[in-house]
Design a binder for this molecule. Structure first.
Ligand code: LUB
Length: 213
């Protein structure tokens, strides 16, 4: 009798644990759906114009469901920007993993980042939210530092290998490229929804590092 009781309790425990896990997974999925909808809205309309209601409607959820995961619009913006800074290093790493010589790696990093700006709503939203950061009452990371550091490291490697056949120090080339890239993606965005971003970035690479090995 006692052992049957124990078996029954264990059985229930397992069911509850499975139930809790399923609930957790569903909650995580809901959060992802809300985040994707917020990215879409922020990328398209900008922080000032978006309301939590817009995000809820776009996610096809109630406002209550959104508020269950995010305290307010600022928290939504912060979460999108955090996701932007989670994805950006992954994009850079995917280029670095190819094991190219450093200046070719710079070109590959810029090319892959350009594609992400063209296709990825979180990347588009993150860039827009950083421009609008003075309107957002939340702590957002300082923009451009990680990206600049990665490019700079590659130029330093090129310099040490003696393959930097250019007059400026490595960090200056990193600054020039980051500024040119950001300017190009912005102009491409406002002029043609980034449809020519790849061409513009290819142009920048040719202009700044034509001899990249
Ligand atoms: C990236 C942006 C937009 C760098 O902070 C950052 O690293 C970035 C913030 O607005 O793009 C790519 C030049």
């Amino acid at each position: 009798m006692a052992s049957r009781q124990t078996a029954k309790n264990e059985g229930m425990g397992a069911t509850n644990a499975r139930g809790a896990l399923l609930k957790q997974e569903r909650a995580l999925q809901t959060r992802q759906t809300v985040l994707a909808a917020a990215a879409e809205m922020f990328a398209e309309h900008g922080f000032p114009a978006v309301t939590v209601m817009h995000v809820a409607e776009s996610a096809e959820m109630t406002k209550g469901a959104v508020y269950f995961h995010f305290a307010n619009k600022e928290a939504l913006a912060k979460a999108v920007v955090d996701e932007f800074y989670r994805r950006l290093p992954l994009i850079m790493a995917s280029a670095l993993e190819m094991g190219l010589p450093p200046l070719q790696a710079v070109a590959e990093v810029l090319h892959r980042t350009a594609l992400a700006f063209k296709d990825d709503r979180v990347i588009q939203a993150g860039a827009r939210l950083q421009i609008e950061r003075s309107y957002i009452d939340a702590e957002l990371p300082t923009p451009f530092t990680a990206f600049q550091a990665t490019i700079e490291e590659l130029f330093s490697q090129a310099n040490e290998e003696g393959s930097l056949r250019y007059p400026l120090p490595p960090e200056a080339y990193a600054r020039v490229l980051v500024a040119a890239f950001f300017g190009a993606q912005h102009i491409s965005w406002v002029q043609c929804s980034r449809s020519d971003i790849e061409d513009r970035v290819r142009e920048i690479i040719e202009a700044v590092i034509p001899d990249r090995g």
